[in-house]
Design a protein. Structure first.
Length: 579
């Protein structure tokens, strides 16, 4: 076991950090320690774009362009500028949208190799390949019709997109690349066209290509030797203990100071995995952490109001684009009933959750889209906490407590069945509190709730991915780009292994989602967004709760700003306060 591991196992955490003595605060010793509330499992945006993974991979993997953390406008990162769309008509009469892209001349992979148009073509083919496990990206890549690398300049390419797709530009330029020279050195994917990969019935029998895709899929769990584009490289990863990122020396992007994603102020970013929030706060007070996001609003507000603490710490509450909700398995024999789902929604005292669990640091939401979006339907009334209404709906659905044991029952296929649900939670204090309050409300109207604690990764694998659950307390993160609800809400994806894990199926909502995806006129698209929200509100496929404010403590020894862009901060831009 190395010295680093020993320090973490003994709890000493003696890394020289940005919170140490001022005499040691040289640029070479500038290390920031950041708390993660759980192990990310995977830190790959292509295979696991989770909110906890993003806290780490945003410094390793970079897209060609992204939304600026302050303005939320698209800015170039690996490319020289944001391309404009131009329509082209193919020989078959089909009209496509073309984007001419120029990769920065100085852009390099972490192993020193040039980033080229071949890397772009490679990732598109790798994700489109039927054997690819990058299921989250596939629905968006369906709209990429072709990639044309410039034969004379390996930094230039043209991307041809479906002209009607609402996110054609965003899809074309917010791609994270993978190194062609590492994963396909023999060029096996170069001998198959994107047109062939776009064919729904395509089955690859070429062993060399299949091997390449297997290698790409295997990168999803890579924790060492990750060749990537960001200013930091992954140096050490000990599961459930820590992750260490180290700044690339002579990183090409440092000269582009105006692009925050290319900054690398701290020499090291050290992520300590500390599930228990009380322990994390104690570590922060002892200068063993410099940045920590918190879930417990009460603890956060108490610390903020403590003069001894706030003299040393900054307290930030950016409005993140995420929301909490209770997923209900719409494919289950019981929760397939819309009336029953509506009853469940009336059991959630959301205002109480915000005020007493989250210290008032949250905004109610009535559906999937974030309240800050221009197309959020604010005409929909918030579902009130109403036990009498819930009981009435349960009666309407045929659930009654006939034997007076406190639990409603119903005859289904000749058998008496109790109204009983397993409620999955990750075990965080917030999820525990929410589940206990929901359980208490449900009991009052004759619904039995069994709280089941599981690690998020295990819950995803054993329950959510294959609809093997009743209810689950979850969070969903959104992007600054306009929402494409296809992957999470269209019936095409209400199958095992895909992202519509609620199993929501409605032919009318499918039509609206398809219209949203293929309408580039923003005003017309807004009408479809509004209609979709009304339809989903009526169906109540999940209990939508609220959008929390992020609660972030940052040492005052750092010059730091926060952002509404998840995860709420960019530690690579932080500098020392006295530098």
């Amino acid at each position: 076991m190395g010295r680093l591991q020993i320090l973490f196992f003994t709890g000493l955490l003696l890394f020289s950090s940005c919170s140490e003595n001022k005499t040691e605060k040289t640029q070479e010793a500038f290390e920031c320690k950041i708390r993660l509330n759980r192990d990310p499992g995977r830190i790959n945006p292509i295979f696991s774009p989770t909110s906890i993974g993003r806290e780490v991979f945003q410094y390793i993997f970079l897209p060609l362009a992204d939304f600026h953390p302050e303005s939320l406008e698209l800015i170039p990162i690996l490319i020289e500028d944001i391309p404009t769309a131009k329509e082209i008509v193919k020989t078959d009469g089909d009209t496509l949208v073309a984007y001419d892209i120029k990769i920065r001349k100085d852009a390099l992979w972490s192993d020193g190799e040039r980033i080229t148009n071949r890397d772009y073509e490679f990732i598109v083919k790798a994700i489109k390949h039927p054997n690819s496990k990058a299921i989250g990206w596939k629905p968006y890549f369906d709209f990429i019709k072709d990639v044309q690398p410039d034969s004379l300049d390996d930094k230039k390419l043209t991307v041809l997109m479906d002209k009607n797709y609402m996110l054609s530009k965003e899809t074309a330029i917010t791609i994270c690349l993978m190194p062609n020279h590492v994963l396909d050195p023999e060029g096996s994917l170069s001998n198959i066209s994107i047109e062939r990969l776009n064919q729904k019935d395509f089955v690859d029998t070429d062993s060399s290509r299949i091997k390449v895709i297997e290698n790409v899929n295997n990168t999803m769990n890579a924790k060492t030797n990750v060749v990537q584009t960001g200013p930091y490289v992954l140096k050490d990863y000990q599961t459930d203990l820590y992750i260490v990122l180290e700044r690339q020396e002579n990183y090409w992007g440092l000269k582009h100071e105006n692009i925050p994603y290319l900054n690398a102020e701290p020499q090291k970013l050290i992520f300590s995995i500390v599930p228990d929030e009380v322990t994390a706060v104690s570590m922060a007070k002892e200068s063993k952490l410099d940045i920590l996001s918190m879930r417990q609003s009460q603890n956060f507000l108490e610390l903020k109001n403590d003069d001894n603490v706030n003299s040393e710490w900054q307290f930030h509450v950016p409005q993140l684009m995420m929301f909490f909700y209770i997923a209900m398995n719409n494919k289950s024999s019981l929760l397939a009933d819309k009336t029953l789902r509506k009853a469940m929604a009336h059991l959630a005292d959301v205002d109480d959750y915000i005020e007493n669990i989250d210290g008032g640091l949250g905004t109610r939401t009535t559906g999937y889209f974030h309240p800050t979006k221009s197309y959020y339907n604010d005409k929909l009334k918030q579902i009130p906490y109403d036990l009498q209404k819930a009981a009435s709906l349960l009666d309407e659905a045929g659930w009654k407590d006939l034997d007076q044991d406190g639990i409603r029952e119903k005859q289904i296929s000749g058998k008496r069945q109790n109204l009983e649900f397993d409620f999955l939670i990750t075990g965080s204090q917030l999820s525990r509190n929410l589940a206990l309050l929901f359980q208490e409300s449900a009991k009052k109207v004759g619904v039995k709730i069994n709280i089941v604690i599981k690690k998020n990764a295990l819950m995803q694998k054993e329950n959510l991915s294959n609809f093997n659950y009743d209810m689950a307390a979850l969070a969903n993160s959104l992007d600054a780009a306009p929402d494409d609800p296809y992957s999470r809400w269209h019936s095409d994806n209400a199958v095992a292994g895909k992202r519509n894990q609620i199993g929501y199926i409605n032919a009318e909502s499918d039509k609206l989602i398809e219209k949203i995806r293929t309408t580039r006129d923003e005003e017309k698209r807004k009408e479809y967004y509004i209609e979709l929200q009304e339809l989903m509100y009526e169906d109540q496929p999940a209990v939508f709760l609220y959008s929390p404010l992020q609660k972030i403590m940052i040492s005052k020894r750092l010059k730091a700003t926060t952002t509404s862009k998840r995860p709420g901060y960019m530690a690579n831009t932080f500098t020392l306060a006295d530098s």
